[in-house]
Unconditional design. Structure first.
Length: 306
């Protein structure tokens, strides 16, 4: 008989609750099936882990010993995928990137062209997604780099985890609306001291831009009591809705610059309500492999010194 690693989760569930019925419910199975799995683990070890003569059931002396062994074993198993990826990427020339959707098609192409004047950029595997999902890819070592918007006053999961980052560009988050026939915004934020109904096209919780907007302008928006007429995690979706006249949206200037020049969108708030943005390149804390480390050094060298 060989061990089934899911038996360890069964063991911890019973060790914590001391009750077969509750532990079986926690593991989403019937009590008889759960009991057979616990017994199978004990048969594999050749010892009893639980004293079933008491209620609640208690760990035997061997059970207490095995609890620490099982924790160490689970930790070791958890490390294996990351270590396997690290070995694979050490000799790989492919760069694994995560990028927020907007930056993947506005900033990333020309930024890569600039880097290619300093170093050879090999194949790139790009996952264009929400910032929340991109951050998860870095924290799970499933991506080596992430491009995302940031702000000095707004910390995210990668900042808390101590992931290194470079500021590789800048942008602004500006409030825009479709114009009326006179070229004035259909939806606008009022000047200070004035009250006007505002229809907001807002970001969902998965959005990094939404995180920045809530921290820096959230209190002001709360005072306006402006209803969200639409919520989405992609700035490109909010842009489309703004172009259709559905409401006011805070969008990166890099995304809507052409719309502003052509008059399809107009500024819809005083300048002081706009937010300066950093474009950041984050990297995994672990060793990246030769090709990725060379790329990181090239990205550092591309940043102009003050």
């Amino acid at each position: 008989m060989t061990i089934n690693f899911s038996w360890l989760d069964d063991f911890f569930a019973l060790a914590t609750s001391g009750n077969f019925s509750r532990a079986a419910d926690e593991r989403h199975m019937t009590q008889p099936a759960f009991s057979r799995r616990v017994r199978a683990l004990e048969e594999w070890l050749g010892v009893d882990l639980f004293d079933r003569s008491t209620q609640p059931v208690r760990l035997t002396e061997t059970g207490h010993w095995f609890r620490q062994v099982a924790q160490d074993l689970q930790a070791e198993v958890t490390r294996i995928p990351g270590e396997a990826r690290a070995i694979a990427q050490a000799s790989s020339t492919t760069l694994r990137f995560a990028s927020t959707h907007t930056l993947s098609f506005t900033f990333m192409p020309r930024w890569l062209r600039a880097l290619e004047t300093r170093t050879t950029v090999g194949p790139i595997q790009l996952d264009s997604n929400t910032q929340q999902k991109c951050e998860a890819l870095i924290l799970q070592s499933k991506a080596q780099f992430m491009l995302a918007y940031g702000h000095a006053q707004v910390r995210g999961p990668l900042d808390e985890a101590g992931c290194p980052n470079l500021v590789v560009g800048t942008d602004r988050l500006i409030a825009v609306s479709a114009p009326d026939k006179h070229g004035r915004p259909v939806h606008r934020l009022p000047a200070e001291g004035k009250s006007t109904a505002v229809h907001l096209l807002n970001y969902s919780a998965e959005s990094g831009l939404g995180r920045i907007l809530r921290v820096l302008n959230g209190q002001i928006l709360d005072r306006l009591h402006a209803p969200n007429v639409l919520t989405a995690h992609l700035a490109s979706v909010l842009r489309t809705m703004a172009l259709d006249g559905r409401g006011l949206a805070w969008l990166p200037q890099m995304l809507v610059g052409d719309d502003l020049e052509r008059g399809r969108l107009v500024m819809a708030a005083p300048q002081e309500w706009s937010i300066a943005l950093e474009i950041r390149l984050y990297r995994d804390r672990a060793s990246l492999g030769k090709a990725a480390e060379v790329f990181w050094l090239a990205a550092q060298a591309e940043i102009p010194t003050s």
